[in-house]
Design a protein around this ligand. Structure first.
Ligand code: 3HC
Ligand code: NAI
Length: 695
């Protein structure tokens, strides 16, 4: 059942019922149209109420149907709204909780709207790279005015119903706690005989000197929308609500909608929307798996990561104790936390009061006895197995039974770490990204023996901390860092072959990365990669690397923290300035290893860096380290600045076409360091089958 039909007295009530958010899929649309027709045919019915079951009026068109034949199968959303709007009996929308996209467009097609307070009203289509395509751009300005409607449509931001009380959008906003359905039925009784039926389409949008306002909006929106075409087309569609007749405006909106729905940017955004939601689902850990309560936390190590991790708990209202070995290090960590909160207050992003509340939730200690009762402890000490061993053995001794023992290690073997304890089922990896209080990504590393309840608890915690939790199996570097290593290796080889850091960074930034690999290295600290490579030279002597990054580190150029890295930095500034010393070192190194430098195209730079990610991603997928391709995409979108409009590396490879990606990889395999380009078997197989990673 996707919509219920009931008649009480002379009012028919159609209740949309398509959990979780009453998306207007084909079955729901059909049931709603049937309901209206049944009510029109029933002489005893004088008015019709449309409402939603469960936790929404409606979240809008069913996004899963986009680009599928179902979206265009009758009755379409347009037909449903037409049927409602041309009803000869008044139709009243009874709105609660969520009224978004096509849901709001359906409500705008009704003759009257009545809402509970707190209902989230939005046309959020722009966030999916499209625009409201079922009349929203034409009808919303007719009830809210040009300016307010334009803001809502271009931003997609929800507005609470009570804030819109008194506008023509609502005929009534009920009192808090009132019975919405009863109020809507009572309202229906009052308006049953009123004729003509009020219709939003019959209203005019009045805005003096609208052309000047629209031109200003175009300029502002264009400057802010980057590579995304939707925001500007939203302005154009809204403009049509003033400049065109209603039906012409509707037609124009439709044309723009169809254009956007086919666009690569919208496909990428919709992919990311579903990827984010599916990432929290693990096939063998059902949604009803019991979770452990996390009401208190501890963090071991108050360095770069520990301080940021502690802030996450405090921001979520969870008291947290930081443990260090020395008072000086502890004081430094606590001071960093205070400084971070103060600067957020200064930027106006947090109130002083909230900052003080958070700071008060953070305590420091040098004694394990003080953290023994915490529900979860996150270890963030040096990346050294011996240090991790000492810490986990200590945690095993002191932590209360049932406490979750998490490690923030970026590369070390979590199973080995779990083996330092007598409770490996309680051990899990929680790999935060730097700066830990800002970055959205949380890699949740599932060890061989990690308990399902511990994994479910970590996934629930990631939501509470407002992170995107992505589950990874155990391997060196997990999903993100294992892939970035291949990317960095290619960046190094490019320097040997003819590039300078600024060319590589520019090409990657033009592709859409927030930061190219060398600017990123300078930000994160080049010494981190150096330490990892030194370990690899011993553990995996066959893997080749360019020596340029080692030479850089030997010069003490660790990046911004030492005032010099791949680039020069003026004291106190973050602007990356090309370094004569580094560039000369790079050219000299090519000469020393006998490589004739050549001109490398930007296309080659992008292909080599991105396809290196894709090829390693394919191995990660095949080995089951990642559960699905979209999880890899989420890791790269939320943790590594991969351009959102390209949907993540695996999705991007799908859009390029896997046979094309494979062709390029096979070409590079014939070149210098061809050993780095052995195509992943999964890539070869999927390319041969004409499939994609995400299909
Ligand atoms: N269609 C299909 N499924 C939807 C959906 C939609 N419009 N909106 C949400 N869902 C699903 C999610 O995929 C998720 O499914 P899951 O439980 O299987 O993982 C479930 O609903 C719950 O979603 P959230 O986890 O996001 O739950 P929240 O309570 O945090 O948020 C929400 C609910 C505010 C409705 C949020 O999901 C949201 O913003 N959804 C998108 C709404 C939207 O963009 N609507 C416009 C659609 S396009 C349109 O209408 C085109 C028209 O103009 C022609
Ligand atoms: P850091 O060097 O800034 O901080 C480590 C802190 O741990 C220091 O304050 C040190 O005094 C403390 N410490 C060392 N031994 C200890 C012990 N036995 N008991 C208590 N405290 C101890 O290091 P950083 O960068 O914070 O890294 C910590 C962990 O996080 C490492 O495992 C690292 O791989 C991981 N990580 C680091 C990221 C980064 O970008 N820096 C990103 C993601 C993970």
């Amino acid at each position: 059942m996707s919509a219920a039909y009931e008649v009480g007295g002379s009012v028919a009530v159609i209740t949309l019922n398509n959990p979780p958010v009453n998306g207007l899929g084909l079955a729901t649309r059909t049931a709603a149209v049937d309901g209206i027709r049944q009510a029109l045919a029933d002489d005893a019915v004088t008015a019709i109420v449309i409402t939603g079951a469960g936790k929404a009026f409606s979240g809008g068109a069913d996004i899963k149907e986009f680009n599928s034949p179902k979206a265009l199968t009758e009755p379409t959303l347009h037909t449903l709204i037409n049927v409602v709007e041309s009803s000869t009996k008044p139709v009243i929308a009874a709105i609660h909780s969520v009224c978004m996209g096509g849901g709001l467009e359906l409500a705008l097609g009704c003759n009257y709207r009545i809402a509970s307070p707190g209902a989230q009203m939005a046309l959020p289509e722009v966030k999916l790279g499209i625009l409201p395509g079922a009349g929203g751009t034409q009808r919303l300005p007719r009830v809210l005015g040009l300016e307010m409607a334009l803001n809502m449509i271009v931003s997609g931001t929800p507005v609470a119903s009570e804030k819109l009380a008194g506008t023509t959008l609502f005929d009534e906003v009920t009192a808090p706690g009132a019975d919405l359905r009863a109020a809507a039925v009572a309202f229906a009784g009052k308006v049953a005989d009123v004729r003509p039926l009020p219709r939003v389409r019959d209203r005019q949008v009045d805005y003096p000197n609208h052309e000047a306002f629209l031109q200003f909006s175009r300029n502002t929106v264009k400057a802010m929308s980057g590579p995304f075409p939707a925001p500007l087309l939203c302005v154009e569609a809204v403009a049509a609500s003033v400049t065109k007749k209603f039906d012409d405006g509707l037609k124009f909106e439709r044309e723009l909608f169809m254009q956007l729905v086919q666009s690569a940017e919208s496909k990428a955004l919709r992919h990311a929307f579903f990827a984010e939601r599916v990432a929290g689902k693990v096939p063998d850990v059902p949604a009803d798996t019991p979770v452990r309560a996390i009401a208190s936390a501890a963090v071991v190590g108050a360095g770069t990561m520990g301080a940021g991790i502690a802030m996450n708990f405090a921001n979520a209202g969870i008291p947290v104790t930081l443990l260090e070995t020395k008072q000086e290090a502890l004081d430094k960590g606590l001071a960093t936390i205070r400084k971070n909160y103060e600067s957020t207050v200064k930027k106006g992003k947090l109130t002083q009061e909230k900052a003080e509340q958070c700071i008060a939730l953070v305590n420091g200690t040098l004694s394990y006895a003080d953290i023994a009762q915490a529900d979860i402890v996150v270890e963030a000490v040096f990346e050294d197995m011996d240090v991790k061993q000492a810490v986990f053995q200590q945690l095993d001794e002191v932590m209360k039974p049932g406490a979750i023992l998490a490690s923030n290690t970026s590369t070390l073997d979590l199973d080995k770490i779990a083996g330092f304890t007598r409770r490996p089922q309680d051990v899990i990896g929680l790999h935060f990204f730097s700066p830990a209080n800002v970055m959205k990504l949380l890699e949740i590393v599932r060890g061989k023996q990690t308990g399902k309840d511990v994994l479910a608890s970590a996934l629930a915690l990631s939501k509470k901390l407002r992170k995107t939790g992505v589950v990874s199996g155990v391997c060196d570097g997990f999903i993100g860092n294992r892939m970035i290593e291949q990317y960095s290796r290619q960046a190094g080889f490019l320097l040997e072959e003819g590039c300078l850091p600024e060319q590589v960074d520019r090409a990657m930034e033009q592709f859409g990365f927030a930061m190219g690999p060398f600017r990123m290295g300078d930000l994160a600290g080049n010494d981190i990669g150096w330490a990892i490579r030194k370990r690899r030279y011993v553990e995996k002597p066959d893997v080749t690397y360019s020596k340029t990054a080692d030479l850089l580190c030997e010069l003490g150029r660790f990046g911004q923290k030492t005032g010099a890295g791949w680039y020069d930095y003026k004291p106190g500034e973050r602007n990356a300035l090309a370094s004569e010393q580094v560039n000369a070192m790079i050219v000299q190194h090519s000469q020393d290893i006998g490589v004739a430098r050549r001109t490398v195209s930007d296309r080659e730079i992008v292909e080599r860096l991105v396809y290196a990610l894709v090829n390693e991603g394919a191995r990660i997928l095949e080995e089951g380290i990642a559960l699905r391709a979209s999880d890899i995409d989420m890791v790269y979108l939320t943790g590594y600045g991969f351009p959102l409009f390209r949907g993540g590396p695996m999705f991007y490879a799908d859009t390029v076409g896997l046979p094309n990606v494979l062709d390029a990889i096979e070409g590079y395999a014939k070149g210098r360091h061809g050993e780095a380009w052995t195509p992943a078997p999964l890539l070869v197989r999927l390319a041969g089958e004409g499939r994609g990673f995400n299909s």
